[in-house]
Design a protein around this ligand. Structure first.
Ligand code: F6P
Length: 357
């Protein structure tokens, strides 16, 4: 008998359910009796002992379902060691609930913050297996995270729709894509949608270069320009500020997001009509694309196999086309970012895409 605790933490994404289904299906088909304790709303459920016993029926019909049947929440890693408002030691509470339920392991699905806490629980002596989710694809140790391809599809659809209206009106359009620190989603959706300019956090932009790229298109007779801009796109001047100076700038920031600041600058410098579209959380919604369904199911199946073998302390990752075990201590606290001199950036530049650098 295996007693497994499961939770989904951090921002949700597509294919969380598909991944959990994969774990449970592979365990069930092995013939090993299992008990699944589903902790609700992320680590909060584990801290406060809020769980639901799940059966095979709970995992039936959820392969195609977005969101997470367990609910999710953000419990920042930096607050984990701070007692809650009632003085409860959260780490001790998680350990106590784990031991009280006599769990064999925890299956934790999450992104960067989630992995820091998962690794801490491993250091505290709990058996942990994790699965890499996030639309940002910024998790270190895996070439791919589930949710990413589905989000690329949605952001690309958005850019596709903008294309026709941009062409009719001869406007400049900015599509703001999710990703505060890392630009994989913007880069991929931008290239897939045929954006002319792509601005990502890893490549600080010079507004003069952005304007130059727009003007060049106008000179060549293009009536419109489309920019794919990451939420976390940053100008060269802002990137040069100290943390303190940048914090001060953001405290007085008058724009709803960076795209509006960029739009205003473009409008002033070119006299062109500029519009901003923010697909926002639609990028995390809806059903997972086929790639994510297959990918998350594969990861889940491998997690099940690892549990049966008693292999704990790993994230199930994907590297060089193979599913691999990545030690949690290697994953925790690291970000995988777009390399400014990577092949894909060079190739995008060969296609004439400007990064504003
Ligand atoms: O989960 C990743 C992500 O969607 C980022 O791309 C985005 O910046 C952030 O979460 C949004 O977080 P929240 O849902 O808490 O607003």
């Amino acid at each position: 008998m295996k007693r497994i605790g499961m939770l989904t933490s951090g921002g949700d994404c597509q294919a969380l359910n598909a991944a959990m289904r994969g774990v449970v299906k592979s365990l069930s088909y092995s013939g090993e009796p299992v008990e699944i304790y589903g902790f609700l709303e992320g680590y909060k459920g584990l801290i406060y002992g809020n769980f639901r016993m799940l059966t095979g029926a709970d995992f039936s019909g959820i392969l195609t379902k977005g969101g997470t049947i367990l609910g999710s929440s953000r419990t920042p890693f930096k607050l984990m060691r701070e007692p809650d408002e009632n003085g409860l030691d959260k780490v001790e509470a998680m350990k106590q609930n784990y031991y009280k339920l006599r769990l064999d392991c925890l299956v934790i699905l999450g992104g960067n913050g989630t992995h820091k806490t998962a690794n801490m629980l491993r250091e505290e002596g709990l058996n942990v297996v994790t699965l890499p989710k996030t639309i940002d694809n910024d998790l270190w140790g895996t070439d791919m995270t589930f949710g990413f391809q589905s989000a690329v599809n949605i952001a690309t659809d958005c850019i596709d729709c903008i294309h026709t209206t941009a062409a009719s009106h001869g406007r400049v359009f900015i599509v703001e894509v999710m990703g505060h620190k890392v630009g994989y989603l913007t880069l991929n959706a931008g290239m897939a949608g045929g954006a002319d300019i792509i601005l990502i956090p890893e490549i600080p932009y010079d507004i003069k270069k952005v304007v130059e790229a727009i003007n060049k298109r106008s000179e060549r007779g293009s009536k419109f320009t489309i920019l794919a801009v990451a939420e976390g796109a940053i100008s060269k001047e802002d990137a040069a500020l100290s943390k303190k100076e940048y914090k001060k700038k953001m405290a007085d920031y008058k724009y709803p997001s960076v795209s509006y600041e960029i739009a205003e600058k473009i409008q002033k410098k070119t006299g062109l009509d500029v519009r901003v579209t923010v697909p926002g959380h639609t990028q995390r919604g809806g059903s997972p694309c086929p790639y994510d369904r297959v990918f998350a199911s594969r990861l889940g199946a491998q997690a099940g196999r690892m549990i049966l073998n008693g292999e704990y302390g790993f994230m199930v990752g994907y590297r060089n086309r193979e599913i691999v075990k990545v030690p949690l201590e290697d994953v925790a606290g690291k970000l995988k970012m777009v390399e400014p001199d990577s092949d894909i950036i060079q190739e995008a530049k060969l296609l004439g895409i400007s990064f504003g650098d």
